[in-house]
Design a protein around this ligand. Sequence first.
Ligand code: NAG
Ligand code: NAG
Ligand code: NAG
Ligand code: NAG
Ligand code: NAG
Ligand code: NAG
Ligand code: NAG
Ligand code: NAG
Ligand code: NAG
Length: 379
Amino acid sequence: MFSSTAVLLTLMALGYASPIVYRQEASPFVFTNSNGLNFTQMNTTLPNVTIFATGGTIAGSSSSNTATTGYTAGALGILTLLDAVPEVLNISNVAGVQISNVGSPDVTSSILVQIAHQINNVVCNDPTMAGAVVTHGTDTLEETAFFLDATVNCEKPVIIVGAMRPATAISADGPFNLLEAVSVAINPAARNRGAMVVMNDRIVSAYYVTKTNANTMDTFKAYEQGNLGTLISNTPYFFYPPVTPTGKAAYDIRNVTAIPRVDILMSYQDMSNDTLYSAVSSGAKGIVIAGSGAGSTSSNFSLAMQDVITMHGIPIIDSTRVMSGEVSNSGFDPEDPSPISSGFLNPYKSRVLLGILLAQMRNVTEIAGAFNGSATFVG
Ligand SMILES: *[C@@H]1O[C@H](CO)[C@@H](O)[C@H](O)[C@H]1NC(C)=O
Ligand SMILES: *[C@@H]1O[C@H](CO)[C@@H](O)[C@H](O)[C@H]1NC(C)=O
Ligand SMILES: *[C@@H]1O[C@H](CO)[C@@H](O)[C@H](O)[C@H]1NC(C)=O
Ligand SMILES: *[C@@H]1O[C@H](CO)[C@@H](O)[C@H](O)[C@H]1NC(C)=O
Ligand SMILES: *[C@@H]1O[C@H](CO)[C@@H](O)[C@H](O)[C@H]1NC(C)=O
Ligand SMILES: *[C@@H]1O[C@H](CO)[C@@H](O)[C@H](O)[C@H]1NC(C)=O
Ligand SMILES: *[C@@H]1O[C@H](CO)[C@@H](O)[C@H](O)[C@H]1NC(C)=O
Ligand SMILES: *[C@@H]1O[C@H](CO)[C@@H](O)[C@H](O)[C@H]1NC(C)=O
Ligand SMILES: *[C@@H]1O[C@H](CO)[C@@H](O)[C@H](O)[C@H]1NC(C)=O
């Protein structure tokens, strides 16, 4: 593992030498607020931001500065992140909360519940906090972003940010992405827009964003819905005034401590229905189908879906394995339940939403309402 000193030296060699000396002693914190958040500096004229670190490439280290694969995701902590971008401290006071230190495939729903609770408690409820930034691996970043968009109920910006290149690569994208994320989090024009993903100079709605490329930096996009804004020289520019995605409901999960299991199954040629029964017998409380096209499955599988809904009382959301488009509302009848169409939500977002609804003990009519956009629930 690379030491933070080595990272600093690397960055200095690349021209990142900083006039702000970041303290390396045992306790680098100069101020602790009433919620127990530790700040590395406190300049009371600056806005305050809390960074929730979960791990991932943005926190990763590499054995060589030309390797962009094979690094240990989550190896460097949040303090090292700030070492890499001391410029953040010119625009904000930053408190860091290390939620986890894992690659994003290991982020669990219990971590998500924890982040949502903490943002609601220490950011939303604290008038001295401008916003929140969540650093995250990119592979499942859209799931976390969607969850926080649904469950953080305040006007303050929640920015989810990651990196495609490891911290030690030439032209690592993490440091600048983090600076841009903080810039958006403290910007008054970013309020009332829900959660947003900020990477590669783009600001995208967490409700719609998806990872579109497994490797490149220009990966987080909402193909049909576009970007909310961009950053020019680290200054956010929003194309539109604040807007809420059509049909988006808000969820108060203050009383939620766990999210029930929801599995995703994909439609493909030769698919067999025993995977569905296996998911049910393994304990899934809800199922999402990544259907082919506008949500299709084989005839035998469709029969099995209806069987699982009727005989086991398990809700099934019908989404699509296609990158964009809608599985349109097929007219849900609570007296005779059938698969519920996902609308424009992809399978991963549908899974997150169904999990929240099941955690809140919503009935099938309410679940159908949430997916067809007629539900409002909280505010
Ligand atoms: C702040 O620092 C104290 C003392 O080091 C530590 O006990 C506490 O957990 C820290 N708070 C957070 C939110 O990390
Ligand atoms: C505090 O931040 C302001 C910008 O808001 C800056 O002008 C000032 O120099 C900072 N003070 C210190 C001691 O860094
Ligand atoms: C940042 O936090 C400090 C300490 O709680 C507070 O005095 C200051 O007013 C806050 N800054 C802003 C812009 O709210
Ligand atoms: C912080 O701001 C000061 C004053 O504007 C500037 O001289 C310095 O270069 C800035 N530091 C960084 C790291 O951006
Ligand atoms: C949470 O539980 C408490 C106590 O049962 C209840 O009064 C409150 O309405 C619940 N809140 C929500 C948002 O479900
Ligand atoms: C559906 O199941 C029946 C009964 O096992 C089988 O004969 C048939 O080939 C299956 N249909 C398809 C399209 O797989
Ligand atoms: C599941 O598929 C098998 C064929 O693979 C078929 O025999 C069976 O009837 C299907 N089950 C249901 C409930 O449709
Ligand atoms: C579902 O919940 C709603 C309240 O949100 C209630 O009006 C409706 O009767 C319930 N439906 C069933 C089938 O329990
Ligand atoms: C949406 O779902 C709700 C609840 O199941 C239902 O009452 C309503 O008719 C549905 N709206 C449309 C347009 O399908």
